[in-house]
Design a protein around this ligand. Sequence first.
Ligand code: NAD
Length: 459
Amino acid sequence: MSHPHEPYALDVLNPATEEVVATVPGATAADVDRAVAVAARAQRTWAAAAPADRARLLRRFAAAVDDHLGELARLEVREAGHTIGNARWEAGNVRDLLDYAAGGAERLSGRQIPVPGGLDVTLLEPLGVIGVIAPWNFPMPIAAWGTAPALAAGNAVILKPAETTPLTALRLAELALEAGLPEGLFQVLPGRGDVAGDALVRHHGIAKIVFTGSTRVGKQIMSLCAERVKRVTLELGGKSPNVVFADADLDAAVAAAPMSFLDNSGQDCCARTRILVERSVHDRFLELLAPAIESVVVGDPADEKTQMGPLISKTQLERVRSYVPEDTPALRGSAPEGPGFWFPPTVLTGLAPDAPCAVDEVFGPVAVVLPFDDEEDAIRLANATEYGLSGSIWTRDVGRAIRVSRAVAAGNLSVNSHASVRYWTPFGGYKQSGLGRELGPDALTAFTETKNVFISTEA
Ligand code: NAD
């Protein structure tokens, strides 16, 4: 760990070319102190504003994001190597979240419960200043998942983006100011996790931490938060199953399988990286899967036709390589040669269910295929992981779809689909995939404290 007060800078690389696209100053512990003091003042005024006024400003912020959708998307392509199609969706997701949360500000109404001898009201009060620590895999949406509902509920936000991807977050902070959000209410502090991130987690002026990233760092943050009983939401890793039964529409299951783990180059906590296939159709599934993997278009993320871009960094490339040495037999797609952090789509077969690649979150374009015998065996294998974020079930049998959905311990399941993220439905993990839920109709309440007040009518 470098000294928390030493000045430093972050180089932002284009992962498709390895060129430095920007250098930004990194936040120190003193910068965090200053930001918290400013945010605390801004939060008091914001919390006192009428909900309709907060909603109006958040809708203006959403409109400003919409006006700059193309610019934000291109920035995401440059700093994160995301395909341009995905990057546009990501910027649109930020806009939609702000709009949806704005409506929440107007509907956060608490409740009145009948009691004898008086009037009893339950109030939902903002927590104060929220620290959002975001990862590099979906820099814009994940930052907004915490930020939009926190602001709507009357809090201030200090966002620390990942070291490798600060640019879209910095641009969002500028757009917030242009849209009229009060100075200091939403601040972005790019910086190292062990410096700026750590200072946010330890700061007494931060009421809650929203963290998305590795399970290892999530556990550290949770134990630091415990010292002050600081509120915490954790969105951590995943090793999600894609369960294909013999009675499924096999062509549809095969067609959907590649992008269910290759989207965002596999750097997706919901990636379906454990493909579990009923033994009677296992060989047929692999026969059909091989050409589907080979035909995935990997290359320049700015090209509209590209389906998969590079990995985020050299560190991530080395991590993925360490799981799949070059001579490992596998179904493989293609990847460009030369500069950039490229790894081809890869499917491993014949592995033991407890092989590292079958249980660890690789966070790259790598999946394993494992056979199962029957429904009970499928459920056992699906649950044989410390994670529990997402999963898919492919079957034509409705009863089975419901039984297996109930039996798999994961927060987000899809039947005959791989879709698991919508801003209007709850999202989060079982087991070591996380704590708390984001998105959906209850997102704002995660940024409030519940206060019950009894007013006697007898006095
Ligand atoms: P990470 O957990 O180290 O980083 C995530 C965020 O936490 C970054 O903003 C980082 O700066 C910050 N951070 C790091 N150390 C911190 C600390 N001590 N205190 C406060 N904040 C800190 O993740 P990584 O090293 O970038 O990626 C490693 C692995 O994590 C990946 O290979 C993947 O398996 C997993 N990951 C998962 C997700 C997800 O969405 N679930 C996202 C990113 C990474």
